[in-house]
Design a binder for this molecule. Structure first.
Ligand code: ADP
Ligand code: 5GP
Length: 189
């Protein structure tokens, strides 16, 4: 079952990281693809764990050197991308990959990996829960939260371009549905 790819995308605050962490806790053979970013570390984020952190200049150099499978300017001046080296590192162990990327990155990764990949859009029953969840998470300033909410509407329009949509209303139900999606996909030949 090696070399499979799971792609999880959603507007910020939908619960994507929570669901991805849950899947990782159940599947030691699936590894999180650590992205590169030009944003600063948040809270106790560590280089090489949540992200590989680069300065904007370093990030631009990596783009020029064609080091990325995909990259996006997810927020103005903030770049995020998947390094080819990161995919190779995980493939070399025979592990499957799980991606937590923005919607455009998700659509591009699905195009890149094709049938090897399952792309999942995480939706919320009501857009107002995004603000509640981001506020409750307590990791972003009110200005940052507004920026993320402004993007959510556009991001939601990408949902039909994913293989499947997972609703994250009640968390335990979303966990069960995510487990089933992943198990079924990993069993596929
Ligand atoms: P994302 O990665 O999509 O930005 P997170 O996984 O960080 O979102 O979730 C945002 C916040 O909402 C976190 O504090 C998380 O604990 C909480 N959360 C996630 N899913 C649910 C849910 N189904 N119900 C209530 N709170 C949730
Ligand atoms: P955050 O700053 O909250 O960690 O992430 C902001 C957004 O960037 C999220 O939507 C996250 O999924 C996305 N993101 C993280 N890594 C990548 C990546 O490698 N490529 C793309 N396109 N988006 C990414």
């Amino acid at each position: 079952m090696s070399n499979k790819v799971l792609i999880f995308c959603a507007p910020s605050g939908s619960g994507k990281s929570t669901i991805v962490r849950h899947i990782l806790s159940l599947h030691p053979e699936i590894e999180f693809s650590v992205s590169a970013t030009s944003r600063l570390p948040r809270g106790d984020e560590q280089d090489g764990k949540e992200y590989y952190f680069f300065t904007p200049e370093q990030f631009r150099r990596l783009i020029a050197e064609d080091s990325f499978v995909e990259y996006e300017e997810v927020y103005p001046g903030r770049f995020y991308g998947t390094l080819k080296k990161e995919v190779e590192r995980i493939w070399a162990k025979g592990h499957s990959l799980i991606f937590d990327v923005d919607v455009k990155g998700g659509v591009n990764l699905k195009k890149y990996f094709g049938q090897q990949a399952l792309s999942v859009f995480i939706g919320v029953p009501d857009p107002s829960v995004l603000r509640d969840r981001l506020t409750a998470r307590g990791t972003d300033s009110p200005e940052e939260i507004e920026k993320r909410l402004q993007k959510a509407e556009e991001e939601t329009r990408y949902a039909p371009r994913f293989d499947t949509i997972l609703m994250n209303g009640e968390l335990s139900e979303a966990f069960s549905e995510a487990e089933k999606l992943v198990d079924d996909f990993l069993k596929r030949p």
